[in-house]
Design a protein around this ligand. Sequence first.
Ligand code: SF4
Length: 71
Amino acid sequence: MQEYKNRQVIVRFNPYACSHAGECVRGLPQVFDPSKEPWIDVDAATPEAIAEVVECCPSGALSYEYIVAAE
Ligand code: SF4
């Protein structure tokens, strides 16, 4: 399982589950870019926009978690 995170959100990616449907790349190409390393840039969009696209992943390869800042 690969993890990509910033202070607001963690995106997890299971490469073995990915069916290469491309929903993520089409939905937010600035975040999900397989030509880049790392291929997921969680700083390139708002956590809410990323969450919306992650929920469209048909294989369940992508998941996300919001990080709640500790007071
Ligand atoms: S949307 Fe999900 S299944 Fe499709 S390419 Fe992205 S990670 Fe893979």
